[in-house]
Write a protein of this length. Sequence first.
Length: 231
Amino acid sequence: MSRPPGLSPLPDLRHERALARRGCVLVVGLDEVGRGAWAGPVVAAAVGLPLESRHLRRQLSGVRDSKQMSSREREAWEPRIRQAAWGCTIGVASVEEIDALGILVATRLAMLRATTMVVPSPDGLLIDYLTLPELAQPQLALKFGDQRSLSIAAASVVAKVHRDRLMVEFDRIHPGYGLGGNKGYGTAAHRAGLDRHGPSAIHRRSFAPIARLLEAKQPLQPSLAPAPGIR
């Protein structure tokens, strides 16, 4: 997604502080990864940063929208985010839930799971684009939130690192699709693997490219091993 004109070069804390002025002491940022992938779960992270820290922005100076960071940068900054945060949790919605509920509902479900695991419970939420109507806390849905809010950007990094590690493990279990490299997204190599092997047990059958293969009666590859643990 292109960067909108006039956006600050780095995410900041102005939206977190706007919620703090409304009385929200424990603000978390939420973001997800994997919505557009053909395979694997959708993963959300919730990150709460200590707004009272004078050195927070310097401490997380390299954190930005995970899509603007290299894999090496994300791996380097993810533990620093966890160290700086007062709360950092992961929520996952499975392939089965994506196919049964639809990707938008499954995405909200992953975010809801991440939020409800934060201890202590947050009293304000910053979310990239979405809201969680099931929750009563004050919420701000921010367009380009991962480029505007440091908490959301941090959540995008944590979620991306977690999901990428899952997909590397799935690549060992379901070889032939290049999942460790493409992370389940629709690359040419992934499409070639689908043409050769048909969908695996972790492919999203409700997504059009996979549904077309199933309609053509391509065989469903059996799982070669138990799925890696997902929390």
